[in-house]
Each structure stands twice: as structure tokens, then as C-alpha cells.
Design a protein around this ligand. Sequence first.
Ligand SMILES: Cc1cc2nc3c(=O)[nH]c(=O)nc-3n(C[C@H](O)[C@H](O)[C@H](O)COP(=O)(O)OP(=O)(O)OC[C@H]3O[C@@H](n4cnc5c(N)ncnc54)[C@H](O)[C@@H]3O)c2cc1C
Length: 425
Amino acid sequence: MHPTNEPLSYYRASANDHSDHPALQGDMTVDVCVVGAGYTGLSAALDLATAGYSVAVLEAKVVGYGASGRNGGQICSGFNSSFERMAERVGNDDAVKAWNVADDAVKLVAQRVADHKIDCDIKWGYMHAAIKQRQVDELEHMAEEYTRFGHDDVRLLDKDGIREKIGSDAYVGGLWEERAGHLHPLNYCLGLAKAAVEAGARIFENSPVLSVETEGSPKAHTANGTVSAKFMVLAGNAYLGGTVPYLFRRLMPVQSYILATEPLSDNLARDVLPEDDAIADCNFIVNYFRLSGDKRMLFGGRASYSTVQPGDLFSFMKPRMTAIFPQLSESKLDYCWGGYIGITVDRMPHLGRMGQSTYFAQGFSGHGLALSGMSGRLMADAIRGQAEHFDAVAKFKHPIFPGGRFRTPALVMAMIYYRMKDLLP
Ligand SMILES: Cc1cc2nc3c(=O)[nH]c(=O)nc-3n(C[C@H](O)[C@H](O)[C@H](O)COP(=O)(O)OP(=O)(O)OC[C@H]3O[C@@H](n4cnc5c(N)ncnc54)[C@H](O)[C@@H]3O)c2cc1C
């Protein structure tokens, strides 16, 4: 059953069988209290429960309700930033450590899917697609960085090369990666939850945390109970809202939407994406797409920085898809849904500590399928006393969004600027 009155996503409609979890009733004490049952929280819970910690996960709605159950399913490598830019900010050594964290993040997804036998249609093959020549130049720079870090799985493609991988005339070149790919995001999330429970974690659904105490021994309060813990992990990301003002001020929730067609015929599926890769273009306001396990086109994009949701999502998204794939103009549209991406000012994830023993991770800036799970692992490692990699990523300091409570209009203006920039040659 769909958990809310929001539009049903293809992912909810095709979710694997899974357990419901009770709501928190009364008070309890555990080693670690995790707020949020997306990839970040569940990954931390899984590692900590496996290491013998008692863990309670508090989820406002249901497992995978947030971005982890709604996203494009694209397993992206790296950060939403170049290595050069990272090194300018934190120095070469920490930038190298952080870069390696991102590499391990993708491997962790593959490892968890294999170890826990998560049925989530995982596939490898990912394309960064350039619409204009200046983006080809950016991809060449990116390829150089990847090669410098020993990745020999990347390939630059010219216009003819990319035309063999994407059935569209929209692109002039691309960078293909073998080690990135795609999966069914909700089924991956449900698989993580099952693994965490099997390792001994307890999950409480429909248990929104109303307030947290982060000084001294952490506590999370819900309407019907309190969890007291030695450590707390805050993993509510863009769905946490104003519950923790320090985090709220450094994160902007941005809506992104995904359209799912009916299952395509074998011929049409082969025509649009012959190699079943995941694709993201290089515009600031990204289009991202791929085929589902049952060969639907899942086409995402159209970030909206205002909090107003467009009325008819289908007609809002369809022109974006048919501009790339006119051959899909007659395909029936079955699902369209949206979700909040948490972005930071500079698009690097925001990890850190509050008080002595509360950890948080948020703001993966549309790049979090792999990085969020890895951040859960880094927090678990830090709680277990191994904070080297957590500290390297936490070194990136995050300014608050300018504009205070008026930041949304300011961001809408910024978006108009970037949309114009995407239109320039
Ligand atoms: C439409 C869309 C497309 C995307 N596409 C991609 C993609 O293709 N590739 C990619 O790498 N990334 C993508 N992302 C980003 C990616 O999905 C996220 O970075 C990642 O899922 C973040 O995981 P998380 O666990 O930190 O947060 P979430 O998955 O959002 O989980 C947070 C959870 O915390 C719960 N919560 C919040 N507040 C409270 C509270 N007070 N009490 C209790 N629980 C609370 C929420 O209900 C939610 O379940 C996309 C995101 C969206 C929305």
C-alpha cells in the first residue's frame, strides 16, 4: 500500500514484499538512536547492529519514504565536485581521502547487494552526456582526473560513439564509466532495512522525531515516547525540515521529478538505450534517465526550487522526455512522482558532529545513492572509534544559505540564471 496520499511512484508499485514496523510506544534506552530510515540511517544501523550495538531507528513515515525510495536509481561515482576544487578547499591529503571514500561508496552498494542478496535489478554502465562542446571539454578534464586516480574503466565518446549508446541526436559526446550504474532504489532500501533488522536493529515507523537533545546523552522525542542513547545519528536529510535548525540552515530541499512510461517493446527499448546504461546530461539542471527492470523509460529532471508542486506532473515532464526521445511520444505514461533532494551551497555532502556523540550526514546534492550509504558507514566507524575518513569528509565546512527565511525566492532567481546558462552554447 502507498504510505501517503502522494502520487504513487513506479517504485512503490513494484516494491518487493517487505515487513511493516511498529510505531515507538513508550521510552527506551539503546546504544545508538538513528533518525531516518533512508540509505544513510539504515546503513549506519546495519553496520552498528552487526558490530553488536543495540540500535533503534526512528522513521517519521515508512522505510524509504524519503529520497531513498524515490530517486533516479543512478549509482553515480565521485562527488558533485571536481578533485581540484576539493583540494583547494581542504588540501591535497584530505581531498585524496575524501575522493577514495567516494570510490568505496560505489563498491559498498555492490557489496551490500551481493552480501544481503538484495533483489533490486542492479546493472553497470553509466554515461555523462554532453549537449554542447564546452561540456565535452569538461568531460575531458573529468576523464583526466579519473585516469590520474587509476580508473581505467572510463571512455570518452564522440558524437558517433554516443549515438550508439543513446538513441537520440541530442548529444555531441560523452564520458562512459563501467563502474557506475543503476538499480531499483526502493527495493535496495527495503533490502538494507531487512539486513539491519536481521543484524538486530529495531525499526520504528510512523514515529516522527519532534525534537532532539544533542548535549550530554542524546535523546530523541516522539509524540509517544523517547529514545535515550549513548550516540545519535541524524539521517533525516532533506525531509528533516526544521527539527534541527543548525542542519536546516545549511540545506536546501529541491524538488526533482521522474516520469515512468509503460514497459517499452523490446525494439523500442533497444532503440532508446541499446546497452541499458544509466544516463545523466551535463546541464546544471540535469536530465537523468534509464530503463527499469521491466523496460520502462524512467526519465527524471526539472528541478524546482520553489516549494510549489506543478499541478499536472505528466504534462510538466513529458516534453522534457520527448525533446530527447521523440520516438516515445506515443508511449503511455504510467507514473510520475517527485521528491526532495537536499543540496548544500557548494554541492559537497555535509557531515559532522553535534555535542560529543551526535553525528549527522546530509546534503548529497543529487549524488547520494552511493555516498549516503557510505556516510552511514563512516558515522558507524566514527562511533566505533575509527573516525579518520569521517573526519576527512567532515572537513568541508558548509556556509548557511544566503537569504535567511527568504532564501527560496533568492534561489528561484539563481535557478533562472542557471537555466539561461544551460541554454547558452
Ligand atoms: C527525485 C530524486 C532523484 C534522485 N536521483 C538520484 C540519483 O539518480 N542518483 C543519486 O546518487 N542520488 C539521487 N538522488 C539523491 C538520493 O536519493 C539521496 O541523496 C539519498 O537517497 C539520501 O538518503 P538519506 O538516507 O540521507 O535521506 P532520505 O532517503 O531522504 O531519508 C531520510 C528519512 O528520514 C525520515 N525523517 C525525516 N525527518 C524525520 C524525523 N523528524 N523523524 C523521523 N524520521 C524523519 C524521512 O521520512 C526519510 O525516510 C535523488 C533524489 C530525488 C528526490
